[in-house]
Design a protein around this ligand. Structure first.
Ligand code: CNA
Length: 285
């Protein structure tokens, strides 16, 4: 069985940038696994870098900075999350070169799926179709009332987030029970620790891993499960490429391109030819 054999092949050390350029040209089903690093060029901090969000939260004296995104902690005091949420709010009117590159792959009919851990919703802003996009940890694109479950467009609470106020649903506000701190509180539809990932993630993951012909892992430390294990489900014969500021020495890639992801894809685009020129990354509302 060729596939079974291929799954257990030792990693090749001979995969080069030229192999990647040629695979990008021939690929038809590229899977992208992305993280906070694809948005840092826009000023949104990642979590775990030297000047990332976790470093910026030291003043809160939390034992574990992840607690800010913990559902139980949110239910105890939503104010803690809303005191820092503005730091990861997406900018308006722009996305990164890397988002634009993903859109280019979609336009070339090469994008199988983008599994993003990002919550900034900038993939959608860049024009990635809902069907091609799995926002594994949800996004700021929508928000819901914890009490009546009414759903709102995410931007409706952006001003609250900017001013570090806890937003509350106007329907539930009328019946507000002061004793219940989360009564009528609106929470962005981002997946907190302790919440489940979207059903689509589990439904599409296995077939996508089996059928993709190239995997690009971009701007992530691969520390958060279950996304961190996606690449282990991809058959060994499928090339797995890392594009990241920091190397991930404990993970198994055929090629690691270490640097700023916008620079790396600009380099690739220049070597792929005129039709691979990356469009300017901005949008009008
Ligand atoms: P992380 O653990 O902070 O890792 C980010 C990785 O990106 C690091 O390995 C960096 O080396 C790398 N990196 C940073 N900047 C660049 C760059 N310009 N080019 C290439 N690589 C870069 O973040 P992960 O995404 O791995 O962790 C998953 C968390 C982060 C998810 O739950 C997200 O919701 C969460 N997050 C999202 C955003 C966002 O939506 N923009 C921002 C901050 C955190």
């Amino acid at each position: 069985d060729y596939n079974a054999f291929a799954n257990y092949q030792a990693p090749t050390n001979t995969y080069t940038i030229d192999n990647l350029l040629s695979d990008l040209k021939s690929a038809k089903r590229i899977m992208i696994v992305s993280g906070a690093g694809i948005s840092t060029s826009l000023g949104i901090p990642d979590f775990r870098s030297f000047k990332g969000l976790y470093a910026q939260l030291e003043h809160l004296n939390l034992k574990d900075p992840q607690k800010v995104f913990d559902m139980q902690a949110f239910q105890k005091d939503p104010g803690v999350f809303y005191s820092i949420a503005h730091l990861v709010l997406p900018p308006e009117g722009k996305y990164s070169m890397l988002h634009s590159f993903i859109k280019l792959l979609q336009d070339k009919d090469k994008l199988l799926r983008n599994y993003t851990q990002n919550i900034d919703n900038l993939e959608a802003r860049a024009g990635i179709e809902p069907e091609k996009l799995i926002q594994c940890h949800g996004s700021f694109g929508s928000a819901s009332c914890l009490t009546c479950r009414n759903r709102f467009a995410g931007h409706k609470i952006f001003d609250h987030i900017r001013h570090q106020h806890v937003p509350r649903c106007s329907t539930c506000w009328k019946t507000v029970q002061e004793a219940v701190i989360t009564h009528g509180v609106i929470k962005p539809d981002i997946t907190f620790f302790g919440e489940d990932l979207p059903k689509r993630f589990y439904g599409l993951l296995e077939p996508d891993c089996k059928s993709c012909d190239l995997v690009l892992v971009i701007g992530t430390s691969l520390k958060v499960e279950p996304v961190a294990s996606i690449i282990d489900k991809v058959p060994r014969k499928t090339p797995r490429i890392l594009i990241n500021k920091d190397p991930l020495p404990d993970r198994d890639f055929d090629l690691s391109l270490i640097g700023y992801c916008d620079d790396v894809v600009s380099y690739l685009s220049q070597h792929l030819g005129e039709s691979w020129k990356i469009p300017h990354p901005s949008y009008d509302d």
